[in-house]
Ligand binder design. Structure first.
Ligand SMILES: Cc1cc2nc3c(=O)[nH]c(=O)nc-3n(C[C@H](O)[C@H](O)[C@H](O)COP(=O)(O)OP(=O)(O)OC[C@H]3O[C@@H](n4cnc5c(N)ncnc54)[C@H](O)[C@@H]3O)c2cc1C
Length: 213
């Protein structure tokens, strides 16, 4: 991520959203999150600091962070590897192995990334399995919802060779229809309004879907 540009981390692991300093009223430029890592609270995990940097460099750079000047490092960052199957080739839309439909995949191994995404695909696999047992036809969540967009990512076989795990993101959702203004012009929704429109559409469609389950 850092290689993509000096600002990239500000929109990822170091995103300062919601962290306004109550003493100054200012929002931080970037934040480093220290998560408690043992019951005694003698260890803290630095969130999102998986890195290829050499250990000496990690110590030098991380000690430049205000408050970490004297930090002792119990373990340094490394890149974590996701093990995942080629879902678009192997799974059907109910997350079953095409060749052995009694086996379903969900979570990170199926090619999603993150806690919520793993739980969401687990929910879907559970729902699909329950439908099968009850003799019901499962309803696929609409592609306009995060559930449907994630599922589509797992089974979309347009580029099987480059299939990589993904967090849920607006890029996985179908494009928004442009609006037609009062004077008949086409208006493409942009910026923050675009994200809001994606969310509004997703909420409407997920409510419809859950009402039919
Ligand atoms: C360092 C690190 C930081 C992360 N930080 C975040 C974060 O801040 N936010 C976020 O959303 N995601 C984060 N992730 C990603 C997130 O952890 C995973 O996407 C998510 O936990 C995957 O959930 P899962 O249930 O699919 O798999 P896992 O959580 O890996 O669960 C798989 C389980 O299966 C068990 N298991 C494995 N083999 C067997 C076997 N043969 N028999 C029985 N059990 C077995 C394992 O012990 C494990 O408990 C992070 C990942 C790492 C490595």
């Amino acid at each position: 991520m850092a290689e993509r540009g000096s600002q990239t981390l500000l929109f990822g692991p170091m995103k300062p959203v919601g962290l306004t300093n109550p003493h100054t009223g200012k929002r931080a430029y970037a934040v480093v999150q220290l998560r408690q890592d043992n019951r005694e609270d003698t260890l803290r995990n630095i969130v999102g600091f998986q890195t290829k940097l050499k250990h000496g460099e990690q110590k030098r750079i991380f000690r430049m962070i205000p408050g970490l000047e004297n930090a002792e490092f119990a373990r340094l960052g490394g890149i974590h590897k996701n093990t995942f199957i080629k879902s678009p080739l192997l799974l059907d839309r109910y997350l079953c192995l095409k060749d052995m439909p009694h086996i379903r995949f969900a979570g990170q191994i199926s090619g999603c990334e993150g806690y919520i995404e793993s739980a969401a695909t687990g929910f879907l696999a559970g729902y699909f399995a329950a439908c099968r047992i009850l003799g019901k036809t499962p309803l696929i969540p609409p592609a306009t919802t995060a559930f449907g967009a994630m599922l589509n990512h797992l089974i979309d076989d347009t580029n099987v060779e480059d299939f990589q795990p993904m967090n849920i993101n607006f890029g996985l959702f179908p494009e928004l229809e442009p609006e037609i203004t009062a004077n008949g012009k086409i208006r493409h929704i942009k910026g923050a309004e675009r994200k809001e429109a994606y969310c509004r559409r997703a909420l409407e469609d997920i409510i419809d879907w859950t009402e039919q389950l």
